[in-house]
Design a protein around this ligand. Sequence first.
Ligand SMILES: [Zn+2]
Ligand SMILES: [Zn+2]
Length: 447
Amino acid sequence: MNAFRKLSISVVMLVIITSALLLNIQTNSSSAEAETLQATPELKWYRGNMHTHSLWSDGDDYLEMIGAWYKERNYDFLVYTDHNVLSNTERWIDVIKNKGGQKAFDKLKARFGEKWVEERTVKGKHEVRLKRYDEVVALLAEKDKYLLIQGEEISDSFGKKPIHMNTTNIQEAIPPMKGKSFVETMQNNVNAVQAQRERTGKPILIHLNHPNFHYAITAEQLMRVRGENFFEVYNGHPSVKNRGDERHASTERIWDIILTKRISELNMPVMYGLATDDGHEYHDIPSGSKKSEPGRGWVMVLSKKLETESLIHSLEAGRFYASSGVTLEKISQSNKGIEIKINAEKGIKYTIEFIGTKKGYDATSSPMLDKNGKEMSVTRKYSNELGMVLKKTEETEASYQFQGDEFYVRAKITSTKLHANPSFDGEVEQAWIQPALGPGAPDQKIK
Ligand SMILES: [Zn+2]
Ligand SMILES: [Zn+2]
């Protein structure tokens, strides 16, 4: 072999080695941007409900009975969110004249015994003391097994329409802050929560509840609220109209409008979708979609610990999915796309839909009109290019590869399994994956 050949072989080798190194670096960098949500020895999925009512407001059962209900049904955490009140004071109520009445009282005694229940008679009235949050924590919470979190449903309004916002890990009650418009009212409540968060140093999460309850909140309003990055895409109360109707956008449609506009025009963070129960009624379950009962919608949060701060940290990083029954084994998001693996049940079929909006979509919109052609103050009408189904499959393990022009892509999984306690007749189990920013999103948005 002559010197020239030796040299050229060396050059070729060098090129091969360099390319291999470069390739390796590229692989490493793309995997560094990928995030896989999957249980490991360090990380676990925690199941929780973030919307719960009790006798402290308009629910029909005692805090400890509700806490025990969730604990016995494989929930890891529960947030108590009564309307405009925290369960941290001394409060006595009439044993009979309350939403739960004698039935709830008898069940309470049967479950926790005479010793636990405090009763008194005042001016001939038989009263029972409502246990405080801290007492219920001492009774039911267990380290690494079951966590109870203090919350409040800040129940505000504008005009005659409800604006309800839930807080998780609130430290002091926040009264409805009011405002001169829907947006300002939501913003004032978010600001109050942020101020408390800064003052106390405790993470507090705020989310917009049931936007379609009385069709109060539109996509255009909600998208503009700064610091409001969570909303209920699914709420198990039978009268909150998640699915909308011919003149009202569904909560999923609202989600897609908000995501598209926030990413493409408003330069705001993505909105995350939660599933919650909003339970008020806890007796004779299941009622078959007649009442607002527990066990319908929840979040699965991937976290290091079953601790409030850790869970909120994961929620704020988007490390969770929402479910009304479907369980997932793995969700991967990277700059290449999304992968999903369903924890499939035998005999059940699943459909995965990858949904998103691409650059250059038809961005025109028009107001919704009523029967008489009059403009309605509801979410506007947009083209079908907003929130399009980009891929649909019946595999239980599927991936979506970015094409290069997506603002975002999210996924919805629908099973053929009927919900055990549906919020409407014929409801099947579903899951909602949080949105991933696509390559079409403006640069400053890709982290
Ligand atoms: Zn509400
Ligand atoms: Zn509620």
